[in-house]
Structure formats: structure tokens, C-alpha cells
Ligand binder design. Structure first.
Ligand code: DAH
Length: 346
């Protein structure tokens, strides 16, 4: 009996490491411990031994069974690992460089926004934010834009259904919520949240009921600027904006301020630039932003004394700047997620 068991154990222990597949394993296992297997036969034989031999023989069988099961378990674990590896395919080293050499990069609008913020940071401006879902008071009333102003027309501004609740855009009274049509609302929030001197730029998304074409989008971006201090003058406005434009478009750019009108600035201007390095737009005067000195009415609306403080403000279209910088002729490229376009800015 002992010799027989040792033979079964050593057969198992020597055969099992060579088994590679599950069918092979199942067949071998049946030969040892299946209903007609050699180990099964030996166990049955123990039952037929005389009573006094049974304990010693039982012990031997159990020991043999333990070793055989251990051999089976390790073989099965190895086979399962191999099956899993086959299912997973070749191992991947995630630390190797991508076979496609495109690593991904910031969107051109993000790059332009960061560049603009970097330029104003050099002049001591910090970045401020305000809600995209805004109330009419912050977007229009506080900015001295009367009810009758065309900008408030339902044609231009996206109104939200009455009863809309916006936790992060508390409103003043019972006026309606809108999707902000410009970032100028952030001027108001910044002046209410802090005390002068204030020097902020506010990049953000804006919404208008525009028909989409090469130069219009219903969803676009602006960067707002506001500087409130003891004696901010037109000279500061010109200096700040000239600095900005030269940093973005290079030192050969010329600028001019053309009188204009905005309800929240007095006087108001459009800034135009002209540059020899703008491709097909070289040498032409191009309008790039609205600006002016903060209207005293706006200061009164936010509780800042216009006798003590003065300010400059500007609002620039992010898409406009990015299109000029990169020579892009259609605003829709920014939103199409076409990798052939995006990869050019990597
Ligand atoms: N909010 C204006 C617009 O969307 C742009 C603008 C003009 C912003 C003059 C200003 C400003 O801060 O002073 O067209």
C-alpha cells in the first residue's frame, strides 16, 4: 500500500509541472482522483483492510491525498494565469512613449486665455470669476444699461424660464435670470465683493442668440478687465492696452482708440490694431476690443464713491484674439473638435 501511494504521488508531482492546458490537466486529474483514478482505488482499498491496519493506512492515504491536491492546486493556478494572460494579450508598458507621437495639448482658446491672463498678471491684475447663469441686474442694470437698451432685447440675450433658481448667482430683486451676454457682469461682482484698489481680469464664457457663421457663435468667450484706483486716467487705459497688445501681437503693432459708446464707460472707445505680421490681414486696421473709463453711475450702483475713485475697463473677445494670432478664418473650428485642427496648436 505504501509503495503504491508513493508511486501515485511521485507520478503526480513529476507529471504536473509539464501540464500546460486545461484539457490536459483535467485528463490527468481524472486518472488520479476521478471515479476510477489510482488514488480513488487506493482509498477504496483502505476500506477493505482489516480493522487494525486501517488507521495507519488511512494516515498514509491522507498524506498522499494532501500532496496530490497541493500539486493540482499549483498547476491549476499556473494554467489560469496563462489563460488570463492569453485573454489580455501582449503586456503593455505604460511608461513607454506613445507609438502615436501626439501627446495632447491645451485647446487653442485655453492657450490664448492663459497667455492673456499672463500678460495682465505682469501688470498686477489677478483673475476673477463670475457665474455664467447671471441675473439681469448684474448683467445690465448695475452696468447702467437701461431696460430699453437693445442689448437687453430678447433677440440677443438668452432668458431663463421664470422661477429658475441659481444658487451661485444671487440676484438683486425679482429680475430675470439670463445666460450672461458679456463678462462685464464680473466687474460688478468684483466691485461688490472687494474694496478699491481693484485690478482684475475675468475670462469666461458668454452666450447670445446669434446665428452661427464664420465670425459668430452663440457661445463664445471674453476676457473682461477692470482697474479701479485713486486716479486712473485715459493715459493708463492707453498704456495698459498698448502693453497688452504688444505682448500678444509683437512690438511692431500700432494701436488707436476710436470713440464709441458703451453704457458702462464714459468716455468709451473701440481699440483698433494694425500690424505688418497678420497674414492676409496685415496693414489693415482691425477692431479688437471695447474699453473706456468706468461710468460714475456704475460706481454709484456698487457703492463706490466716484469722487474718490476712478477706473478703466475693457472687454476683449477671446476667439477674436486667437483667430488673429493664429490666422484662423472661421470661429467654428474652435468648437468642432477636429484633431487635424487641434494638433496644430500642440
Ligand atoms: N461688454 C462689451 C461687449 O460685450 C465689451 C466691453 C466694452 C467691455 C467696453 C468693457 C468695456 O469692459 O469697458 O461688447
Amino acid at each position: 500500500m505504501q509503495a503504491q501511494l508513493e508511486a501515485i504521488v511521485s507520478e503526480t508531482e513529476s507529471a504536473v509541472p509539464a501540464i500546460r492546458t486545461r484539457p490536459e490537466f483535467d485528463a490527468f486529474k481524472a486518472r488520479i482522483s476521478g471515479p476510477h483514478g489510482s488514488l480513488t482505488q487506493a482509498m477504496k482499498a483502505v476500506g477493505k483492510l482489516p480493522k487494525e491496519e486501517k488507521p495507519a493506512a488511512g494516515k498514509l492515504v491522507n498524506e498522499a491525498k494532501r500532496r496530490i491536491e497541493a500539486a493540482f492546486a499549483s498547476a491549476l493556478a499556473r494554467i489560469e494565469d496563462a489563460e488570463l494572460a492569453a485573454k489580455l494579450g501582449d503586456p503593455v508598458d505604460a511608461t513607454l512613449p506613445s507609438p502615436d507621437d501626439f501627446a495632447g495639448s491645451a485647446h487653442p482658446l485655453t492657450q490664448t486665455r492663459e497667455e492673456i491672463c499672463r500678460v495682465f498678471h505682469k501688470l498686477g491684475f489677478t483673475v476673477a470669476e463670475g457665474p455664467e447663469l447671471e441675473s439681469e441686474w448684474y448683467c445690465f442694470d448695475a452696468l447702467n444699461t437701461p431696460e430699453s437698451h437693445p442689448a437687453r432685447d430678447m433677440q440677443d440675450t438668452l432668458f431663463l424660464p421664470a422661477g429658475t433658481v441659481a444658487k451661485d448667482a444671487p440676484k438683486k430683486g425679482d429680475e430675470a435670470y439670463i445666460m450672461r451676454s458679456h463678462t462685464s457682469s464680473v466687474q460688478i461682482r468684483a466691485m461688490l465683493a472687494g474694496t478699491p484698489p481693484i485690478r482684475i481680469v475675468a475670462p469666461g464664457r458668454c452666450f447670445r442668440r446669434d446665428t452661427v457663421d464664420a465670425t459668430h457663435s452663440a457661445n463664445f468667450h471674453q476676457v473682461e478687465g477692470l482697474w479701479v484706483d485713486k486716479s486712473v486716467t485715459l493715459r493708463d487705459l492707453k498704456n495698459v492696452l498698448d502693453f497688452f497688445v504688444r505682448e500678444i501681437f509683437g512690438s511692431s503693432v500700432e494701436t488707436r482708440l476710436r470713440p464709441s459708446f458703451f453704457p458702462f464707460t464714459e468716455p468709451s472707445f473701440e481699440m483698433d490694431i494694425r500690424s505688418p505680421n497678420l497674414g492676409r490681414l496685415s496693414g489693415r486696421w482691425l477692431e479688437i476690443m471695447g474699453c473706456g473709463l468706468v461710468d460714475p453711475k456704475v460706481f454709484e450702483n456698487v457703492g463706490i464713491d466716484p469722487e474718490k475713485w476712478s477706473g478703466l475697463a475693457f472687454g476683449v473677445g477671446l476667439e477674436r484674439i486667437a483667430m488673429l494670432v493664429h490666422g484662423i478664418d472661421d470661429i467654428r473650428h474652435f468648437y468642432a473638435n477636429d484633431l487635424r485642427f487641434l494638433r496644430q496648436f500642440a
